[in-house]
Design a protein around this ligand. Structure first.
Ligand SMILES: Nc1ncnc2c1ncn2[C@@H]1O[C@H](COP(=O)(O)OP(=O)(O)O)[C@@H](O)[C@H]1O
Ligand SMILES: [Mg+2]
Length: 241
């Protein structure tokens, strides 16, 4: 499946409420196979909710989500999807290696040991190999969570604020890694500079609706000469001209 479909990700008229809070209102967007998109928006915009709906872990009140042409809760969709939740918490009582080997096995990774070694090496997790996750710093936990989200080489990667908690050298490493992967991805962030380094395409969310969608280059051109992109975005988000 998948390759014959035009769209890696489709969101059709999604709405989602939590009690009286409308988190998302009639959201529509499509991401072609192989394209990388940023989901940009301030806190509370609905970014994490959108990603949870894409994983199938959360159901919409109305509307439809398709991953590689099928419902996200199908086995097929799940097998091609990788997801880094916001504030990800790997198994606290397992060590770093145990987490990777366990998730790798669940994900039916062919050579789990090799995949684990490669990821521990890439993320400099060697010294924490036997450490229980509950004892790790937030940054090290985030590195492990990132490794867990890609261990099965997903075709579609959903990352919720992936650079949170990471130090600058690790951020650079992760940006290089993500740019090197030729996969479909949607990365949420509230930081413009992160979006601009990871993707060419932007979906800008504010208060549960899409405020603007287009290319990063177009977004830059919407501003005045020399205006930082953050300030363009801030103007759009506040509705100011
Ligand atoms: N489980 C939940 N229960 C109640 N309200 C929620 C829940 N999840 C999200 N919300 C609300 O939905 C809105 C969007 O939240 P979220 O998707 O987390 O935004 P973002 O990730 O952009 O910061 C916010 O108003 C938030 O308070
Ligand atoms: Mg969030």
């Amino acid at each position: 499946m998948g390759e014959q479909e035009t769209w890696g990700i489709e969101v059709k008229g999604i709405s989602r409420k939590f009690g009286n809070t409308i988190a998302l209102k009639d959201l529509n967007f499509k991401i072609p196979w192989g394209e990388k998109f940023a989901l940009l928006g301030p806190n509370g915009a609905g970014k994490s909710t959108t990603l949870k709906l894409l994983t199938g872990l959360l159901k919409p009140n109305s509307g439809e989500v398709k991953i590689g042409g099928t419902d996200p809760s199908t086995e097929k969709a799940r097998s091609i999807m990788g997801y880094l939740p916001e504030d990800a918490t790997p198994y606290q009582m397992l060590s770093v290696r145990e987490n990777l080997e366990y998730i790798g096995a669940l994900r039916q990774v062919e050579n789990v040991k090799e995949a684990t070694d490669n990821l521990m090496d890439f993320f400099d997790l060697g010294e924490y190999e036997k450490a229980k996750v509950g004892k790790l710093s937030r940054g090290t936990t985030q590195k492990l969570a990132l490794a867990l989200s890609i261990i099965h080489k997903p075709k579609i990667l959903l990352l919720d604020e992936p650079l949170n908690y990471l130090d600058i050298p690790t951020q650079e490493k992760v940006i290089t890694l993500l740019n090197s992967l030729s996969i479909t991805s949607l990365v949420s962030t509230h930081i413009m500079s992160v979006a601009s380094r990871l993707t060419k395409n932007v979906i800008m969310l504010s208060r549960g609706v899409i405020l603007w969608e287009g290319s990063m280059d177009t977004l830059r051109k919407l501003g005045e000469t020399e205006e930082p992109i953050e300030s363009i975005v801030a103007r759009m988000m506040t509705g100011a001209r």
